[in-house]
Design a protein around this ligand. Structure first.
Ligand SMILES: [Zn+2]
Ligand SMILES: [Zn+2]
Ligand SMILES: [Zn+2]
Length: 137
């Protein structure tokens, strides 16, 4: 069998940011299990790595916290940052708020980022026309 060389793909540059969920404390801000519980987002390291280019999460306003719950923001996984490969445009579906209109759920188009990659609007239009049944994974 031939060895298929797998291309590494676009280099994913990471950047380290202070964990917004615990505000750099490294402990679970809600103390769900115990007050000494490690922060579930940074695992106690107080910092998290996010892939560049990172923008503040619109859905949680960069706090990493899901409103009205003790959960991590489902859009940014609690990091307060979302990665949208540029060039980006404001999400037309939620007008950049990251929320589905009339509900507290993350916008389905931008998944809470409030931003979308500009070309993804084209891709969505194309995939809507295409009837792709079989694909190899
Ligand atoms: Zn943390
Ligand atoms: Zn968020
Ligand atoms: Zn949106």
């Amino acid at each position: 069998m031939k060895k298929k060389s797998r291309s590494p793909g676009p280099t994913c540059e990471m950047m380290t940011v202070e964990c917004t969920f615990c505000e750099g404390i490294g402990r679970d801000p809600y103390g769900v299990l115990s007050r000494m519980s490690k922060c579930p987002v940074c695992n106690g390291r107080t910092k998290v790595e996010v892939a560049k280019p990172a923008c503040p999460c619109a859905y949680c306003h960069g706090t990493g916290k899901q409103r009205h719950t003790r959960l991590t923001c489902s859009a940014c996984k609690g990091t307060g940052h979302v990665t949208v490969a540029g060039p980006t445009a404001r999400c037309s579906e939620c007008a950049g708020t990251g929320k589905t209109q009339g509900s507290d759920l993350p916008c389905t188009l931008c998944r809470g980022a409030g931003l979308i990659a500009e070309k993804s609007t084209e891709m969505a239009a194309v995939s809507a026309q295409e009837d792709n049944t079989a694909s190899q994974g």
